[in-house]
Ligand binder design. Sequence first.
Ligand SMILES: Nc1ncnc2c1ncn2[C@@H]1O[C@H](COP(=O)(O)OP(=O)(O)OP(=O)(O)O)[C@@H](O)[C@H]1O
Length: 362
Amino acid sequence: MAAAGLARRSARHKDGGRGGAEPEARGGGGAGGGRRESAQGGAGPGMKLGRAALGLLLLAPLGVRAVEPISLGLALAGVLTGYISYPRLYCLFAECCGQKRSLSREALQKDLDSKLFGQHLAKKVILNAVSGFISNPKPKKPLTLSLHGWTGTGKNFVSKIIAENIYEGGLNSDYVHLFDQLQLWIRGNVSVCARSIFIFDEMDKMHAGLIDAIKPFLDYYDHLDGVSYQKAIFIFLSNAGAERITDVALDFWRSGKQREEIKLKDMEHALSVSAFNNRNSGFWHSSLIDRNLIDYFVPFLPLEYKHLKMCIRVEMQSRGYEVDEDIVTRVAEEMTFFPKEERIFSDKGCKTVFTKLDYYYD
Ligand SMILES: Nc1ncnc2c1ncn2[C@@H]1O[C@H](COP(=O)(O)OP(=O)(O)OP(=O)(O)O)[C@@H](O)[C@H]1O
């Protein structure tokens, strides 16, 4: 069920990250933590000069009289030195590790509120987890999110939203990686960029041995062979626990309660170790859970008819069409719902509504 686009990206990073040919601003390769820091954060003197000089140059055309030729010459030199010697200026024009340096909680919230439908629990956990983690300059371990739920309910989609809020390029960023393979590759990428994001799709189908192999990276170690993983973000996607999450949502529906009344604690059992033990989910073999290496288990609720309609409207608009409610209803009604008698939840979430829409716009 991996999104094809995501899967494609992973192949580009088999080589264990980018090597020394990268501009220094990208982290420069190797494990040089100091260099990486300077590329992301603290403004060195070169930078200050460069920025100030740039300011002068920008003011000049507006008629600011204080700029005489010598200052202008100095300013120009400053800009050039700044550009050459300080990588951060480079980052104004190209993507750098940790770009969008301070993730905006408000922007993330706005994206989640406007784009992710029917997932009030996931929204809340993800917003707090991601913004809290990014604003912590010295996390003790990487952030590990485990997203669970029915197909088509937004697990890949939310990973994309997270990536876009941390990196301009979103999933296409050089610092966002979909699971491919494995230890050396993770090490290579984290060496290049401490704030790397790794997305492991279909975790439930992954061999237990592979999961164990990544365990050390998720732990509370300062360094492993000279590389620190504490700023990285690991996101695991799986359908494990989906039936139980659905049962809870169904119970709420049957007892006439609003879906938004479901609390995280109602999902505790659905996301407990025992729930994963029943199925060959891959998770239970591993000691990830035993060792408390997963920070958050995030439930994704099955989507209802009204959420499908929301997805269809968004898709129509993104294709440049006026929203036609008649077509919206017809596409939504073509989808299949469960349980058979009540027909509440979409079998495929929002996943196939887009291809169904093609039929009406050929
Ligand atoms: N809750 C949602 N809100 C808005 N759009 C959604 C939602 N869920 C799914 N979609 C839309 O459907 C598409 C497919 O969903 P997505 O790939 O995120 O599902 P998934 O939960 O990862 O499924 P799977 O378990 O099959 O991998 C998304 O790209 C998005 O456009």
